[in-house]
Design a protein around this ligand. Structure first.
Ligand SMILES: [Zn+2]
Length: 242
């Protein structure tokens, strides 16, 4: 994909994140690997308007070695090490998403584990919860590579890592996949909150029901999810222009 289209895709992904409540204001970012030393990253500019209003211009080429940005009006997010260290450690993925979704953080802080309490309701969420969504128990801002590497020990080779009192990091082969995974965790968090607020205890669905759920990892689900949420942006007049 040419870089202009990729910038637009990252901007759309950031808007979807904010539109769906995964980011309350300016915090959150997505990156995509360009080559061994460069990535496109949602950066901070002088006219920052928040994640919901991300433009392709907010997505800059960042040097993964020294953190420099290709435009004087922009700087890399303070948590750039999340992206640089994850891209370095995970040759199997090209996209990294980091957000501060309030429902996910609240459910974890309330002491509720993320279990596959739903099945067909949200198959991706059920699969991710069944595999286990690891929790990085530190709430620090990840401004240093050492901290990012601590988080990566928690993420391992998986699709997502919950960061206690902080947020989530998801990865994917594409922006669509990383966004779909973040949306799935958010959906699971909201359902867990609903169940517990009604006095219920989230219990995993049965193994036999889990076995009836198809594997979406290599399927079209992330693309379909993306198309749906992109259309919701359009419906609310929030499409990325260009
Ligand atoms: Zn963060």
């Amino acid at each position: 994909m040419i870089e202009a289209a990729l910038r637009r895709k990252i901007a759309t992904g950031c808007r979807i994140m904010a539109h769906q409540g995964l980011s309350e204001d300016i915090l959150g970012h997505i990156s995509v690997r360009l080559d061994a030393t460069r990535a496109l990253v949602r950066c901070r500019g002088a006219h920052e308007q928040g994640l919901l209003f991300t433009t392709p211009d907010d997505v800059r080429t960042v040097n993964l070695v020294d953190g420099s940005v290709d435009h004087a009006d922009y700087e890399a997010p303070s948590e750039l090490p999340i992206h640089t260290e994850t891209l370095a450690a995970r040759a199997d993925i090209d996209a990294v998403l980091h957000a501060h979704p309030p429902w996910v953080i609240a459910v974890d802080l309330a002491g509720h584990p993320f279990v596959p309490l739903v099945g067909a309701y949200n198959i991706l969420a059920a699969k991710m919860a069944k595999s286990g969504i690891p929790v990085f128990a530190r709430s620090a801002l990840i401004r240093r590579p050492e901290l990012a590497r601590e988080m990566l020990e928690c993420l391992g080779s998986g699709p997502a890592c919950l960061m206690r009192g902080h947020g989530v990091t998801t990865v994917g082969a594409t922006v669509e996949e990383a966004v779909a995974r973040a949306l799935a965790i958010n959906s699971l968090a909201k359902m867990t909150a609903r169940v517990t607020s009604m006095g219920g205890t989230p219990e995993p669905i049965s193994e036999s029901d889990m076995d009836e759920l198809p594997d979406l990892a290599a399927g079209s689900n992330p693309r379909l999810v993306w198309q749906h949420y992109e259309q919701r942006l359009a419906h609310d007049g929030l499409s990325v222009e260009g």
